[in-house]
Structure formats: structure tokens, C-alpha cells
Design a protein around this ligand. Structure first.
Ligand code: ZN
Length: 294
């Protein structure tokens, strides 16, 4: 009996031993994983507005912008881009429950995309036509999502407003924080331009880095972003507008994107690159009539 007890005890001890070995192994794996993911931590910068006001301003500017934009009303293409976009933003850092996340396709063959505050993202048809696979299109959406979650639009309007408005008005706005009064003060066109035209190089680099993180965390191969830059560079020649105009030189861009991929511990296992849906929609868009000349 006692013998058997000792045996049980020793089996028990052995199990304990194994258990602690497992625990140590798990702790080690956890430590290595934490070490492998040393991603760049980016946060939204200084801003006069709340995230609710990002939405308010985004919708207001969208009204202005869409007067001139040929929005493509193709239900299956729009459904596809919204499905893909929502998958991606689900992995975005600093996402906010107020953001509306709407994705629209612009019937324009220039390779371009832009984002408005609060989660309104516009992708030109030219991006679909130039992307070789879904991961490359996802890279463009992820970059634009970076601008939204880092709140670059309202941050830029905040700076423009502070630069222009007298201190007394700033005091009033900080108190009441009305988007309408800021837009009235700046002029809607000026505000729209300061959101739409150009972000600083720093802002573009930040959007790239957040974009890479989103791609990685969504299971896409983050190098797709680099491949798309290269494709664009080779074929743009006048067709690429804002999206690529104010970025650091392409080699530099490729370098810091690759550095971020390494900080993330490399591409995700079994990284996705493509889907049949993407090619179906791409072919569909390529067969549509053009509303703007190339
Ligand atoms: Zn950008």
C-alpha cells in the first residue's frame, strides 16, 4: 500500500515536473512572441475635435467632394469593397465605435485613393485595375484606414484653424467645439482642401506603418504593399495622383515598410494574397465604360 503510495507520489511528482516544464516552455514561447512583435506604436496627434466630430466633419466634406466625384454605383463591387474594408478595419488600432466605415469606388482610372475623417474611404477604379491581387488592394485600403484612425484629417483642420483664427474664437471653439462654426470660419473649400490635398510626409509614413500592421493582423502578406508601390512606380507615369505624390522616395518607403514587417516578426503564417472575388470584381470594373479619359 505504502509502496503503491510512494509510486503514486513519484508519478505525481513526475507529472508536476512535466507540468512545470510545460509552464516554462509556454512562458518562453510567450516571451519570444512578445519579443517578435515589437511593432511601432503610433497614436493620433493633437486635435481640437472629438471622434464624433470626425464623423460630422467627414460627412460634411463628403457632401462637397461627391458633387465632383463620379461615384461608381455597382452593387456587387460596392458590396465587395465594403466586405473587404470592414474586415481590415476590424484589425485597426485606435478604431472608434463612432466611425462609420463606408467604402466607395470612384469611376476614375487614375491610381488614387483617399480617406475622409470618421471612416469614409474612396478608392479609384484605377487601383483595382492596377492591383495584381487582393492583398495589394487591401494594402491601399489599410493605408487609408491608417489616416482615419490616426485622425490626420481633423488634426490638419485643427492646425489650419489655430493658425488662422484669433485667440478669442479658439477659446469659443474649444468651449463649444462646433464643426459647423469651424468650417464656416475656415471656409468649407479651404477645410476640404486641407483634408484632401496633402498630408505631411510624416503622416504618410505613419499611414503606411499602420497599414502594414493592419495587413499583417488581417492575415495578408504585408509585402503586398511594397509590391503595389513597385507596380505603381513602373506603370503610373502621370496616372498616379495624391496617393503617391507626397510620399518619401519609393526606396525609402519600401525600406521602412520592410523594417516594420520585421518588427512584426515577419509575415503571418499562411499569409493570404488573393481571392477569386477580387478577380471577378476587377474584371467587372475593367469592362465598364470610362467616365474620365486616361
Ligand atoms: Zn496617404
Amino acid at each position: 500500500m505504502s509502496h503503491s503510495c510512494r509510486l503514486e507520489q513519484s508519478v505525481y511528482n513526475g507529472m508536476l515536473h512535466k507540468l512545470s516544464a510545460y509552464t516554462t516552455a509556454f512562458a518562453l514561447i510567450a516571451a519570444l512572441t512578445a519579443y517578435a512583435d515589437s511593432r511601432t506604436q503610433l497614436k493620433p496627434g493633437w486635435n481640437l475635435f472629438s471622434t464624433e466630430q470626425d464623423v460630422e466633419m467627414g460627412l460634411e466634406v463628403a457632401k462637397q467632394a461627391e458633387i465632383k466625384l463620379p461615384i461608381l454605383n455597382d452593387p456587387s463591387a460596392t458590396a465587395y469593397i465594403n466586405r473587404l474594408g470592414k474586415q481590415l478595419v476590424a484589425r485597426a488600432p485606435h478604431n472608434d465605435p463612432h466611425y462609420v466605415w463606408q467604402f466607395k469606388i470612384v469611376n476614375d482610372r487614375n491610381i488614387n485613393a483617399f480617406a475622409l475623417p470618421g471612416g469614409l474611404i474612396y478608392i479609384n477604379r484605377g487601383v483595382f485595375e492596377s492591383a495584381e491581387n487582393e492583398a495589394q488592394l487591401a494594402g491601399v485600403i489599410a493605408h487609408e484606414t491608417g489616416h482615419v484612425v490616426l485622425r490626420h484629417g481633423t488634426s490638419q483642420v485643427s492646425k489650419a484653424y489655430i493658425a488662422q483664427a484669433p485667440l478669442s474664437i479658439i477659446g469659443g471653439v474649444l468651449g463649444s467645439n462646433s464643426v459647423g462654426s469651424v468650417l464656416a470660419q475656415l471656409g468649407i473649400q479651404f477645410a476640404t482642401n486641407s483634408i484632401l490635398l496633402k498630408y505631411s510626409r510624416d503622416a504618410e509614413q505613419q499611414a503606411d506603418i499602420v497599414g502594414v500592421q493592419i495587413l499583417h493582423d488581417s492575415g495578408y502578406h504585408p509585402l503586398a504593399m511594397v509590391q503595389f508601390f513597385e507596380t505603381i512606380q513602373a506603370q503610373s507615369k502621370g496616372r498616379a495622383s495624391e496617393f503617391f505624390s507626397d510620399h518619401p522616395n519609393p526606396e525609402n518607403r519600401i525600406n521602412y515598410v520592410q523594417a516594420e514587417i520585421e518588427k512584426l516578426g515577419g509575415p503571418p503564417p499562411n499569409a493570404r494574397a488573393d481571392s477569386p472575388d477580387f478577380h471577378e470584381i476587377k474584371n467587372r470594373l475593367m469592362s465598364l465604360a470610362d467616365t474620365r479619359p486616361r
